[in-house]
Design a binder for this molecule. Structure first.
Ligand SMILES: Cc1ncc(COP(=O)(O)O)c(C=O)c1O
Length: 418
């Protein structure tokens, strides 16, 4: 229950209150057994989550960034390689690529789904890259980096258009790792396979984050790699535990990236509720669509491809005067977020890649207009009505003489570098 009229961006209190007894009993079990890292609860969670995703294996790790890093290393990405992703993601995606010694290269996104645009990917692979004269490997024409992987991000809960991405990857012998950190339970109808496939089971490996605000969130940090490749799962198991299969028998240099037993137990308890929570999110998304129905000239609503089942991690609208709208909603005690304010090719950590404003016009345009409205399973109808009423009211044209004073012009994207 929300006890005041503030509408939070995310309500993490209600679901935890509802599950309090179950979560406390997990804590007691951990304290009584004193198995704090890995152990039976972590194993059980891995089995259950693999099954949930329709994948053969799941390896629990410390967080989603670990999951991406370990998946890249285990899949064979090497120092100096290039791995292609999108600029409108959380920084963890390119961070993981850089931190395994590879170079993140970006391609633009689709203007309706905000996910990787397969045509931009094709243009990158077939115009900006060519086979190396000596090795025959695909290299970037300018940087000469061998291109070895693609990370499509299933943004906001909707899976990327995986069929053409996988087809391009097969044509150019590239591995694909899904960033499924926002897509627990999302699905995609694969025309190639003639069936629905879930996030986490469509590529070489997938990375999940269980950060508390995710659709399936821990009470702290946690993540997982899912895969159908037994050898890759074994490698991730070693990497998360200092490169050892048996204590002190280190086979490679690894990381400290294990899953806590407490988080695993909590995730196991919450996993039972995830289908219901995802359904509630979907209903809330439908309700937002209904409430906005007669305002589609001013507000662009999320577009879900007929080939996708979104788990509505975020509900992201687009409007022309986003910063003004966000300020008005804040005045009305309605919390919003921007995912993400600056495409990463324009952020300082990636200045070394040499991109400039204009390189990814869709990601840049969208970044100026997007606004994430409150979205969570326990968001109620009255709250949604209030949000939508306030959005509509705030978007009414202002009287001509007050326009200049009240409406801030959108800042240049490059100007938002920290
Ligand atoms: C798209 C995406 N990738 C990667 C991550 C990283 O996950 P974590 O914060 O658990 O390391 C997140 C989480 O915020 C994410 O949203």
């Amino acid at each position: 229950m929300i006890h005041n009229s503030r509408i939070p961006f995310l309500d993490l209190i209600t679901p935890h209150r509802e599950l309090e007894e179950e979560l406390v009993s997990v804590f007691k079990r951990v304290v009584h057994t004193a198995v704090f890292v890995g152990g039976p609860m972590a194993n059980e969670f891995e089995r259950e989550f693999a099954q949930f995703c329709g994948a053969d294996y799941c390896v629990g790790v410390g967080n989603g960034t670990d999951a991406l890093r370990f998946a890249l290393v285990a899949a064979g990405v090497q120092q100096g390689d290039a791995v292609v992703t999108v600029p409108n993601t959380f920084i963890a995606t390119p961070e993981a690529i850089s931190q395994v010694g590879a170079r993140p290269d970006f391609v633009d996104v689709n203007e309706r789904t905000y996910n990787m645009d397969p045509r931009s990917l094709q243009e990158y692979l077939e115009l900006q890259c060519c086979p190396d004269g000596t090795t025959g490997r695909l290299v970037h024409r300018k940087t000469r980096s061998p291109v070895t992987g693609i990370i499509p991000v299933h943004l906001y809960g909707q899976m990327a258009d995986m069929d053409p991405i996988l087809e391009l990857a097969a044509r150019h012998n590239l591995l694909v790792i899904e960033d499924a950190c926002q897509a627990h339970g999302a699905a995609y109808f694969s025309q190639r396979e003639g069936r629905w496939k879930k996030a986490g089971a469509m590529s070489k490996a997938a990375a999940f984050s269980f950060y508390p605000g995710k659709n399936l969130g821990a009470c702290g940090e946690a993540g997982a790699v899912t895969t159908n490749d037994k050898a890759l799962a074994e490698k991730v198991r070693m990497l998360r535990d200092h490169g050892q299969r048996q204590k002190y028998n280190h086979e490679v240099e690894g990381y400290n990236g294990r899953l806590d037993a407490l988080q695993a137990g909590i995730l196991l308890a919450k996993l039972k509720h995830l289908p219901q929570w995802n359904q509630q999110r979907l209903e809330n998304a439908h309700h937002y669509h209904e409430l906005f129905r007669s305002h589609l000239d001013t507000v662009t609503l999320p577009f879900i491809s007929p080939q996708a089942k979104s788990v509505c991690h975020l509900f992201v609208i687009r409007v022309k005067n986003r910063d003004h709208l966000r300020a008005r909603l804040a005045q009305a005690d309605i919390a919003t977020q921007i995912h993400y304010p600056t495409p990463l090719h324009l952020r300082r950590p990636y200045a070394f890649l040499g991109y400039k404003e204009g390189d990814f016009p869709v990601a840049e345009k969208v970044a100026r207009e997007i606004l994430s409205l409150p979205m969570y399973p326990h968001l109620n109808t009255d709250q949604q009505k209030r949000v939508v009423e306030k959005v509509i009211e705030s978007l009414q044209p202002l009287p001509v003489n007050s326009r200049m004073a009240q409406v801030p012009s959108p800042p240049a994207l490059g100007g938002q570098v920290p």
